[in-house]
Design a protein around this ligand. Structure first.
Ligand code: NDP
Length: 401
């Protein structure tokens, strides 16, 4: 029986709260805390059993510390924003509780997408006998576990990984983002980067693309981007030669994004307006549809997976391990679209592994450093079934120009 504190009542927080509430034998008591308490209250009102809610500004370490002291959870599931990662890790260390998140720490004034700040906490978590699990969403998260599973069961050596993220959902708006617009746009407008033969290679933003035949979706064009799981996976996969990340975007999304970028609306440097300092990207977030409101209107599927090439028993081998989720099925189950669902379910599953002791060990870890088997089993059980597709390795690459 374990108490858990969930921080963040956005799209992902809603899914985590629904999924934890449905699993009373693991998550005995739940507190959902967020900057705007009304949002936490709204989510609480949708659940089948009562949970506590609280108002919390998690940028303030002392406020998180006092909430943890009064609720006394075993762990914190942090699904607010990446800006709060370090403050919440600090609060967990001060109170002696475990920590889990779904996105790497981001300094508010620079888009960096790197783990260095959080990896710097390894020694302190180790000394405290507490665990921090980083990136327990879908990508990062399930994609890391897919790689660990492939390394353990499907390959002797994995040589190439292409992580492919397709959202073929349609929400009917000319332009909206499926998760926090500020984080999403920072990610998409950054320079592309991938790892090859021990070196990082850079590309201009969205300048490289390939078409892939996504199962249950069909052909979609995916664009090369940097994504944070590349940083840990290139360290942990044996024999790896190259790892890249690709995400699909429709033409309308890209056209809007280009215009917004060209006119300066995606900038993160503050500008002065009528005596006020305004960050253009934060203002843009305020006028775009709230991702949480997309749930009822989004139709279609997501397909996210890892295309891997390597060697098994001396023979070349190529597989695609993936999950397909349907926006409307997710909405019917937890009032959220598939992008929030595919992030929130792995956050719950990661927390379950930690609380039940399957994954508990002191230190700071990325997902591929832990045994993939119990997590893969739970993906099938709790709403994210996965499949392994064997592909021919003698023909042309399944990633077409
Ligand atoms: P939302 O913007 O929908 O929700 C964020 C929530 O955090 C909001 O309720 C917000 O409060 C709250 N919040 C923001 N700042 C604070 C603060 N200082 N203290 C307390 N609460 C705060 O985001 P999502 O739910 O879409 O995403 C949540 C996280 O999941 C993000 O870190 C995102 O990067 C990550 N993510 C990870 C993915 C993966 O696959 N690994 C995929 C998608 C998202 P308010 O309502 O007041 O604004």
């Amino acid at each position: 029986m374990s108490k858990v504190l969930i921080i963040g009542a956005g799209g992902v927080g809603r899914v985590v709260a629904h999924k934890c509430a449905a699993l009373g034998d693991v998550f005995s008591d739940i507190c959902l805390a967020s900057r705007t308490q009304e949002k936490a209250d709204q989510i609480a009102s949708e659940l089948t059993r009562p949970i506590q809610t609280a108002r919390l500004d998690a940028d303030k370490v002392e406020d998180t510390v006092s909430l943890i002291r009064s609720f006394s959870p075993r762990m914190v599931i942090h699904v607010a924003l990446p800006y709060q990662d370090l403050a919440i890790m600090e609060a967990c260390l001060q109170t002696g509780v475990d920590y889990l998140d779904t996105a790497n720490y981001e300094p508010p004034d620079q888009a960096r997408f790197e783990y260095s700040w959080q990896w710097a906490y390894r020694e302190r978590f180790l000394q405290a006998g507490k665990m921090a699990l980083l990136g327990s969403g879908f990508d990062p998260g399930v994609t890391n576990v897919f790689c660990a599973y492939a390394q353990k069961h499907l390959f002797d050596e994995i040589h190439q990984v292409d992580i492919l993220d397709c959202n073929a959902g349609d929400h009917g708006y000319p332009f909206a983002t499926n998760f926090n617009p500020e984080i999403n746009i920072r990610e998409v407008t950054a320079r592309g980067r991938y790892w090859e033969q021990g070196e990082w290679k850079e590309t201009d933003p969205l300048s490289e693309s390939r078409v892939f035949d996504f199962p249950d979706v069909g052909d979609r064009r995916a664009y090369l981007m940097y994504h944070e799981e590349l940083e840990s996976l290139c360290l942990h996969l044996k024999g790896l030669r190259r790892i890249r990340f690709w995400m699909t975007f429709g033409d309308a999304y890209l056209t809007h994004l280009r215009v917004l970028e060209n006119i300066g609306m995606t900038g993160i440097e503050p500008v002065e307006y009528n005596g006020q300092s305004i960050v253009p990207l934060q203002f843009l977030k305020a006028v775009l549809p709230d991702p949480a409101s997309l749930g009822p209107r989004t139709q279609g599927k997501t397909c996210i997976g890892c295309l891997m090439d390597g060697i098994k028993d001396g023979q070349p081998k190529r597989v695609f391990i993936y999950n397909v989720s349907d926006h409307q099925s997710c909405y019917r189950e937890v009032n959220a679209q598939a992008v929030s669902y595919t992030t929130g379910v792995p956050a719950m599953i990661g927390a379950k592994q930690m609380l039940t002791g399957q994954w508990h060990k002191p230190g700071v870890f990325n997902m591929e450093e832990l045994d993939p088997d119990p997590f893969m089993k739970d993906l099938n059980e709790f709403g994210l079934p996965w499949r392994v597709q064997e592909l021919a390795c003698d023909g042309p690459s399944p990633l077409r120009s």
